[in-house]
Design a protein around this ligand. Structure first.
Ligand SMILES: NC(=O)n1nc(-c2ccco2)nc1N
Length: 317
């Protein structure tokens, strides 16, 4: 019995490490067959000794029983939506308004705007405890069970910290193509784009279906950063990365709006090479003190803006 407990702990740590290497670092260290064999051993041992199953066990990722309905979740910190910019002039206007308020010593962080579904994830003492959709910004739906199936979402952080992070759940282009190919074979209705496919997958009451859709997650903000003594958005993103989250590496800190505009045009060209859809670039004032000074309207922060790429003429096959 003691040997079983030790083996379960060993398998849990090993599988969580392999999972992190494969899905967060994109650098697997063991073949899939080895991972699957160890996972089967863990699931069998946990069946035999359920008292040794923990909430960060990787066996949680295969999806449990279907829910009857989603519970409602109140976001303690509202999830704001971004105001949009469509032209370079809109970005310069944004920069002018920012500098009028906080002065010329301002830096921005530019991030790829992942075209998925905004979600909030809460951790207590390092353990994933709850995940929710954005909903109307104040009230969302509890999709904890579905989010557990996203392999790049850590079930336990590298530090025993209590935090709330926001991110974008999305379906990589390859998963989207594969899913629609399957649906075509079955004569089922196709998804129009990866964003709809991700939304449809996270709305499934059966987590086994969500698990089969190979969703992914980029985390892009730390809601309680100031409580944790972090004073800038770029520092928050670096911290989230060290905790074990998947944070998009294509972010860039820009010293002025000209550098922002260069980043925007660079990625307008390069986005087709990405393995996921982006629908623009998000620009945020880096300093939290300056974000505080700028505040937010009822709907959107005044310290951020989303530059939307012009919608491409999608040729439907
Ligand atoms: N969709 C996306 O990639 N987003 N969305 C935000 C956001 C929304 C509200 C505050 O920040 N940031 C990024 N990178």
């Amino acid at each position: 019995r003691q040997a079983a407990q030790t083996r379960i702990e060993e398998l849990r740590e090993l599988l969580n490490k392999y999972n992190y290497e494969y899905y967060v670092l994109d650098r697997p260290s063991v073949p899939d067959a080895e991972y699957d064999r160890l996972m089967q051993e863990l699931i069998a041992l946990e069946e035999q000794y359920p008292e040794f199953k923990t909430k960060d066990s990787p066996s949680q990722r295969v999806g449990g029983q279907p829910l009857d309905a989603f519970q409602k979740v109140e976001h303690r910190i509202p999830m704001l939506s971004l105001a949009n910019a469509f032209h370079e002039g809109d970005l310069r206007d944004f920069d002018r308004r920012v500098r009028q308020e906080v002065g010329d010593d301002v830096a921005y962080v530019c991030e790829l705007k992942i075209d998925g579904l905004a979600v909030s994830v809460r951790y207590e003492n390092g353990y994933f405890v709850q995940g929710a959709t954005r909903g109307d910004g104040v009230t969302g739906e509890d999709i904890t069970e579905n989010l557990k199936t996203i392999r790049s979402l850590p079930l336990r952080l590298k530090e025993a910290v209590t935090l709330e992070a926001r991110g974008e759940a999305y379906m990589p282009k390859a998963s989207f193509e594969r899913l629609n190919e399957q649906r075509k074979q079955r004569g089922e209705e196709l998804f129009a784009n990866p964003r709809n496919a991700a939304a449809g997958s996270l709305r499934q009451l059966d987590p086994k279906i969500a698990a089969s859709r190979h969703l992914d997650l980029f985390v892009y903000s730390l809601a309680n950063a100031e409580e944790l003594g972090i004073d800038s958005h770029s520092a928050a993103l670096d911290y989230l990365q060290t905790l074990g989250f998947k944070v998009n590496p294509e972010r860039r800190r820009c010293a002025n709006i000209d550098e922002v505009i260069r980043f925007v045009s660079e990625w307008h060209e390069k986005r087709s090479q990405l393995p996921y859809d982006i629908d623009g670039i998000v620009i945020k004032v880096d300093s939290f003190e300056q974000q505080e000074q700028l505040g937010a309207t009822a709907k959107s922060p005044r310290w951020a803006i989303a530059y939307k790429f012009p919608a491409e003429e999608v040729v439907t096959k």
